[in-house]
Ligand binder design. Structure first.
Ligand code: PDD
Length: 284
């Protein structure tokens, strides 16, 4: 059983929803992705807290308590045939009886989860870093909410793939925001710089881990706006997310970043991250 839908554990291929589901009609819902190492969900409380922030932001009452979410997630993880996983959680405003934008009355939300094997970066990506493009951030004004309305992210990511790149990182009003599914860190003169967690970006759980590691190891860092010029002249750049972990960007819009190889600060942060992942996350 690798999925859960509205109270039932079932094989993913058997899960069915109504075409009048507001998630399908309007992308009226929120989601979360929790990485799982050796069957231990990583920072489950922080993910569920961020999910609550998303649901509050879209005025969708949370159908479950933290304890109920934990029980569903842990059972799903236990039933899956793989140890390292990503648990996907989605709640929508439910299957309506008609097509009307107004919040429906008396309609139960749709609760859907599934788990899949965790696919991190390849060995070649870790060793050489990845190429990214920049693109305009055309998303809405609440990028701090993990809404399932991902069309702008999808278009950016596909634009990157069409250019044989791994990720698209976005610029709004001359400032770096984030990647289509990642946060972005810069290094200039040994200082790590990343945008603040406000409405312009998703507050990444991996982002938090990276800043905690910087504090713990005494690495110089600044949380502030990053201009396009700073982005383009950075010595090093990296992406973070639950699945990409800490991944060097070595080409930006076809030009090498720094030496064109993962730089020393990126390598160090990746080492700290791996030590933390294997020493703490895997042990639960
Ligand atoms: N994406 N920014 C965006 C727009 C994201 O979608 C994500 C995560 C992140 C990184 O957040 P975290 O470190 O908590 O994974 C930043 C997930 C993995 C996804 O959509 O699959």
């Amino acid at each position: 059983m690798t999925a859960y839908l509205n109270g039932q554990f079932l094989p993913l291929a058997e899960a069915r929803i109504s075409p009048l589901d507001r998630g399908f009609l309007y992308a009226d819902g929120g989601y979360e992705v929790i990485p799982v190492y050796s069957r231990h969900p990583f920072r489950i409380d922080e993910h569920l807290h961020r999910f609550q922030h998303t649901l509050d932001g879209i005025r969708l009452p949370n159908p479950h308590s933290i304890e109920q979410w934990r029980a569903i997630i842990l059972r799903l993880i236990a039933q899956a045939p793989f140890d390292d996983q990503t648990v996907y959680i989605q709640v929508t405003r439910g299957a309506d009886t008609k097509r009307d934008q107004l919040f429906p009355k008396g309609v139960a939300p749709t609760v859907f989860l599934f788990t899949a094997p965790l696919a991190g970066p390849t060995a070649a990506q870790r060793e050489n870093g990845v190429a990214v493009i920049t693109t305009a951030d055309i998303r809405w004004g609440r990028c701090d909410l993990k809404s399932v309305a991902l069309l702008a992210n999808i278009l950016a990511r596909q634009q990157a793939a069409d250019a044989n790149c791994t990720e698209a990182i976005m610029l709004r009003d001359g400032l770096l925001t984030e990647g289509s599914a990642t946060n972005v860190f810069c290094v200039k003169n040994g200082v790590i710089i990343t945008p603040a967690k406000d409405h312009r970006i998703l507050p990444g759980i991996t982002y938090d881990v990276v800043l905690e590691l910087a504090v713990r190891h005494g690495a110089a860092h600044q949380v502030r706006d990053v201009s396009e010029a700073e982005l383009r002249s950075a010595d090093e750049l990296w992406l973070t997310s639950s699945t990409k972990e800490v991944l060097a960007i070595t080409t930006l819009d076809g030009k090498p970043v720094g030496s064109g190889k993962p730089g020393p600060v990126t390598r160090q942060m990746h080492e700290w991250y791996v030590a933390f992942r294997d020493g703490v996350m895997r042990r639960g």
